[in-house]
Design a protein around this ligand. Sequence first.
Ligand code: APR
Ligand code: PHB
Length: 389
Amino acid sequence: MRTQVAIIGGGPAGLLLSQLLHKAGVASVVLERRSREYVLSRIRAGVLETGLVNLMHEAGIAERMDREGFIHDGTLIANGNDQFRIDFKELTGSHVMVYGQTEVTRDLYEARDAAGATVMHECSGVKPHDLTTDAPYVTFFHEGAVHRLDCDFIAGCDGFHGPCRQEIPLSVRREFEKVYPFGWLGVLSETPPVDNELIYSNSERGFALCSMRNANLSRYYIQCQLSDTPDDWTDDAFWDELRRRIPEEAADRLVTGPSIEKSIAPLRSFVCEPMQWGRMFLCGDAAHIVPPTGAKGLNTAASDVNYLWRALVAWYKDGERGGIDTYSETALARIWKAERFSWWMTTLLHRLPEQSEFDIRMQDADIAYLQHSTAAQTAMAENYVGLPY
Ligand code: APR
Ligand code: PHB
């Protein structure tokens, strides 16, 4: 088999890259380890930056999002019973789109099917070869046979646990990591959201987030112990704890119901440098992880795809190699800013096990500054809606 760009991993990063390349007339093959059903069963955040919304338009997959997504012009921040709003529209002229990542992935699969794309599922033993030559290739097993995919470039879109990052020799690879000493317990329920906008809440009992998917589907999170399991939390215990962590007037309005999904996610910040080795480029979770506070996971994957897609198209259409050569540098410059923002929001809003009274006062002061300073709100808003590509 031969293609122009071999894409390892069929999550949102790999699929979006493949669709954008296709629109520009560049061929790709996507190799995914799991089944399509598995990929579509993963529930992730649902806040899209304008840059990603624009990419979805360029990729020709925005129709359902435009119809079913919700534009949010602001968000609410709470500290105990005190609550204030950050007005994205007024502060930045921009907004975010609330539309589930699972739906983005579904729309991408449909578009790839409609274009007759090759997306191979349940591939095992995927291994990139000869990355520092002009003729890289990938080997893998699929339906009982060994395959070889020759290509010009390889995109490592294989998530945090994928094999691509490990191909960058240890002598050049640097990894930066921060693991947070708590998790997020998330619940999805078929109930109307407690508010029209998201509520990020810092409380004495820990962080809580009120989010949503649509008018009758809510997504809520509470900070929990890393040792907790979803079975430790009955629905009633979850709702009780959530009510205690959000402002009273919101707690009074909260409509509860049975959970249709309940899971715990650990929080981590991680960056791999460089994001490129020879003819292999890393995109998305393969190269970096953010804690979910601020919803930058999918958005950072999209910004990598944006740079890589443009660089590859410039190479194929104009013989330009500038974008290819500087991909890692360009992508990382934006990634580190999103890492900073996610780390800051996480530190601002969570209770830490070792936190002193002084640390809590610092948090309170940081939140009060955000509440009363237009400069602080503008900085928060421009990061939340997404820094320019
Ligand atoms: N071979 C082929 N595919 C692989 C391999 C492998 N050895 N290892 C992992 N994969 C696949 C995974 O099964 C997954 O479908 O790579 C895909 C990576 O997808 P994501 O983990 O979703 O990462 P990414 O596409 O970078 O998306 C970034 O989406 O999933 C979220 O948390 C993620 O929010 C972040 C954003
Ligand atoms: C979500 O809706 O799942 C969500 C929203 C915002 C976040 C994280 C998760 O910061």
